[in-house]
Design a protein around this ligand. Structure first.
Ligand code: ATP
Ligand code: MG
Length: 175
């Protein structure tokens, strides 16, 4: 087993495409060296290609903490709140257990921004996490406090996107 990962807090945010796939890329990198990884995907229920291509990998656990539908920002459905809170509780257990070297909390920034998860609860876990557990948090509108606390923050800037000239959501590119 390789030596412990440094317990970095890393954030991928911004309005451009590439945040979740960056986090999946980091997970692949860590897995290749034998690190134990869990990815918890908030507000997602459909079969993303990355779930399908990685579901049989040793050392990787994937949790879908959402359903395959849009969440209404102003009035989220109770089921969306329940799924996000259940995902958050699994995230807390995974982080505090020390059983994973890397914990990916995909779209958690959006879940916090939409009020599905309490921001202070998230910050508390990050403050109290084991020293050698790295955590990646993705999603637009990362909170100011999270950005302050994180070791690494990358903002993906949208220059242009294929949706703007008529392309549709596409299997293999978007999911
Ligand atoms: P990916 O999952 O491809 O890495 P992402 O995590 O950065 O993208 P999200 O903000 O989670 O993107 O949004 C999900 C979907 O919205 C993406 O699949 C993407 O194609 C689409 N999207 C991302 N950025 C833009 C944009 N600037 N304009 C229109 N659609 C976008
Ligand atoms: Mg994403």
């Amino acid at each position: 087993m390789a030596k412990d990962l440094p317990g970095l807090i890393m954030v991928f945010t911004g309005n451009g495409k590439g945040k979740t796939t960056a986090a999946v890329g980091q997970a692949m990198r860590a897995l290749g060296h034998g690190y134990r990884v869990i990815m918890i995907h908030f507000m997602k229920g459909r079969d993303y290609g990355e779930f399908l291509s990685t579901e049989k990998l040793p050392n990787l656990t994937i949790v879908r903490a959402g359903r395959d539908d849009f969440v209404c920002r102003d009035k989220p459905d109770p089921i969306d709140i329940e799924l996000a809170r259940d995902g958050f509780s699994q995230a807390e257990t995974a982080i505090m257990s020390g059983e994973y070297d890397l914990v990916v909390l995909d779209e958690i920034n959006v879940a916090v921004d939409y009020g599905l998860i309490n921001e202070e609860d998230m910050l508390k876990i990050l403050r109290e996490k084991p020293k050698n557990t790295a955590v990646i948090l993705t999603g637009r509108n990362a909170s100011t406090e999270l950005v302050k606390m994180a070791d690494m923050v990358s903002e993906v800037l949208a220059i242009k996107h294929h949706y703007e000239h008529g392309a549709e959501c596409c299997r293999g590119i978007e999911f």
